[in-house]
Design a binder for this molecule. Structure first.
Ligand SMILES: [Mg+2]
Length: 427
């Protein structure tokens, strides 16, 4: 099939008005999407987006448009999306602006995920199943192996994928019955009052979550008080992760986390710069037995490779839309499996829960083969704007069954929240 047009939308939700999503580095996010629809000559469509928090979404939208000469009027083979992805990420002009990081890479994510959404719709399968049904050789062909082979070679990846075939039918039956584990970030936004924190923490446990997360890093005395209140509210058996959103220097991170250790934090997330591989390794040593997690701002597979090679993280938090979409995330899942590090994807924002669940379910069926110590972040915001919203029950993501990647924002929501001319922004 041939791509006939790209439709690009700048969609912004005014979430800052209620401090939803507030943390130590991002006090007032307006959850937004640079959103693209791929149109084809068969009539089939693919939807994708990258997630942003307000100002600058127009840059991502412009970057998506800048890829159009590589896509519009050209063939798109749903059976060879590795080629499609490399066409974008290897383009020398666009690569100059990264390479493989920042606005151009996020724009590539929107387009590559849209291509997978399209492929799922054409095949009549949700993307988790589309990927899990691929022969191992085709999974390996999705990956851009450049810069990876000192840590993981294609033949090793093939072995991993073949080994993961054992027990797949049992895992799939369990996944379809109970879903994939989730944890709740909704209680812990930094801008919420103590009363709201306690109430939402109790509600999360009552809803079946066994892990919640608190934002930290603005004021140590506040964090000690909030952590104590949350621990009292949920008891000793619920995991409480903490998330500093890159606020600290290395020494400061170690001291701060040690001060919170009496309340038994499960992990410290993004303690420092996402580019600082050695800093993460030092923090990991310094805060034991508290674990270290990061990934939502890790730019690409190369930084993840180094994090794993340096023993810098206990949990890898890939993001569906920051690296270049499904293809690069397949590489990251394979790397994590080789190094035995559990993947607990970043989600929330707008639409990240919808798209990333497909990657974790694929991982469970075809790559790591495990849900042990794994959970997808869950935030209860903005799902009503999607045509195939996530369904969470008893602390688990239920398996999506609609064809595609659950990425489609309803046309009426795209119009209402269009920036700057939609009704929500004009009023
Ligand atoms: Mg985070």
């Amino acid at each position: 099939m041939k791509v006939t047009a790209l439709d690009v939308h700048d969609v912004r939700f005014p979430t800052s008005r209620r401090l939803d999503g507030s943390d130590a580095m991002n006090p007032d996010p307006d959850y937004s999407a640079a959103y693209v629809v791929l149109h084809t000559d068969t009539g089939a469509e693919g939807h994708g987006f990258c997630f942003t928090i307000g100002r600058g979404t127009e840059l991502c939208a412009a970057a998506i448009e800048a890829y159009a000469p590589l896509i519009v009027g050209r063939e798109l083979d749903p059976a060879d999306l590795g080629e499609f992805a490399r066409r974008l990420t290897h383009d020398s002009h666009m690569r100059w602006l990264g390479p493989e990081k920042g606005v151009v890479h996020m724009a590539a994510a929107a387009l590559i995920n849209a291509a997978f959404d399209l492929a799922g719709r054409v095949a009549g399968k949700p993307v988790w199943r589309l990927l899990a049904d691929l022969p191992p050789e085709q999974v390996v062909d999705l990956v851009d192996w450049r810069y990876l082979t000192d840590a993981l070679r294609p033949d090793e990846a093939l072995d991993l994928l073949r080994t993961a075939r054992d027990g797949r039918a049992e895992r799939e039956a369990a996944l379809l019955a109970t879903g994939y584990p989730a944890y709740a970030t909704t209680p812990g936004w930094l801008g919420y009052t103590d009363d709201k924190l306690v109430r939402l923490s109790r509600e999360a446990v009552a809803e079946g979550f066994t892990q919640i997360k608190l934002k930290v890093g603005s004021d140590l005395d506040d964090d000690i008080r909030r952590m104590r209140l949350a621990r009292e509210a949920v008891g000793p058996d619920i995991r409480i992760a903490i998330d500093a959103n890159q606020r600290w220097d290395v020494e400061q991170a170690i001291a701060w986390v040690r001060a919170l250790e009496p309340y038994d934090p499960w992990w410290i997330e993004e303690p420092t710069s996402p580019d600082d591989v050695l800093g993460h390794a030092a923090i990991r040593t310094g805060v034991r037995p508290v674990r270290v997690a990061t990934g939502e701002h890790v730019a690409n597979r190369v930084i993840f490779k180094q994090m794993l090679q340096a023993d810098a993280i206990d949990f890898l938090q890939l993001d569906a839309c920051r690296v270049s979409g499904v293809t690069e995330n397949v590489a990251i899942l394979l790397l994590a499996a080789k190094y035995g590090v559990p993947v607990c994807p970043h989600a929330g924002g707008v639409g990240l829960c919808e798209v990333v669940q497909h990657l974790s379910m694929f991982d469970h069926l075809a790559v790591s083969g495990s849900t042990e110590d794994r959970a997808i972040e869950y935030v209860d915001h903005l799902h009503e704007h999607f045509t195939d919203p996530v369904r969470v029950r008893d602390g688990h993501y239920l398996v999506p069954d609609a064809p595609g990647m659950s990425a489609e924002i309803k046309a009426e929501s795209r119009a209402e929240y269009a920036y700057p001319d939609g009704p929500v922004w004009r009023s």
